[in-house]
Design a protein around this ligand. Sequence first.
Ligand SMILES: Nc1nc2c(ncn2[C@@H]2O[C@H](COP(=O)(O)OP(=O)(O)OP(=O)(O)O)[C@@H](O)[C@H]2O)c(=O)[nH]1
Ligand SMILES: [Mg+2]
Length: 316
Amino acid sequence: MNIKDAILAGNVRAAAKLMRRLDDRDESAIAILKELYAHTGRAYILGITGPPGAGKSTLVDCLISSFRKKGLRVGVVAIDPTSPFSGGAILGDRLRMMQHANDPYVFIRSLATRGAMGGLSRSTVDVISVLDAFGKDIIIIETVGVGQDEVEIARIAHTSVVMTVPGLGDDIQAIKAGIMEIADIYVINKADRDGANKTLMDIRLMLEMKEHDSDWQIPLYLVEASRGKGIDELVAGIEAHREYLFHHPNFRDILAEKARIQLAEVIKARLFEAAWQDLQQQGQLPRIIEQISQRTLDPYSVADALILRLKGQSSI
Ligand SMILES: Nc1nc2c(ncn2[C@@H]2O[C@H](COP(=O)(O)OP(=O)(O)OP(=O)(O)O)[C@@H](O)[C@H]2O)c(=O)[nH]1
Ligand SMILES: [Mg+2]
């Protein structure tokens, strides 16, 4: 069986293999993705976004258990920020979700941001597509949501859960970072911590003051992920949002917006890769970088020259 059919038939090793080849930027893997694409669009995508150490992986772990109990097949994409605050997060995620390691209906993939060179969003889009074609009913994306790249990724989700914890010093820092805009559901984790109720009141107030541009009222949940407290209520809220979205009169427009983000991410990454490879293959990269550094050449002219070279070679 070829790799595409194996993935469509739910073969775990085939999916893992394709993901590895995508990591290596293997062009034949992209060809398989193109064929798989028509088989995607069935999975429900859930984003979990919050600051480093907020307990996202712990919560994802609880959610996996909960969705598995309902018989759903679950995929997870954990984006490891490789920040100084969360060193070893990949290992952490693996350990935390280890209880699901032997469950054939759970597939967990960690992606590192380090060295991604603008390719993080594309990698995420790729992994989501593979998991979707692979037959996952629900795909959870875990991201710290810091930086434009990650906020864009979070917007691919059908439902975005934004997480915070008590005692961040500045309770509205997450909002300032712009992730408030993407929240469909708000969660305060570490309910056992001092100040949980104050954070709850602060965020409730903030949500009340927020202008509503839709008829969805953003719910707020207080949970303790490490002990599985409040998870059932949260899952009910997630399901309610899913229902709301899938029966929304503008559902097609909402899906089109996700497709727009996907397309933008793939174009950014693919054009960048093509252009960068072009420079590398011609052995020009070190000289160009040196010249830019010396200000004898500007990066805009290099980009424009590349665009000219890429133009007019094909059409869709
Ligand atoms: N007190 C308390 N600790 C928690 C709770 N949930 C998670 N933690 C702890 O918080 C720490 C970070 O949890 P993670 O789940 O790794 O957090 P994360 O947001 O995935 O972290 P990064 O992926 O590194 O950004 C761990 O030590 C958890 O055990 C909770 O409800 N209460
Ligand atoms: Mg984590």
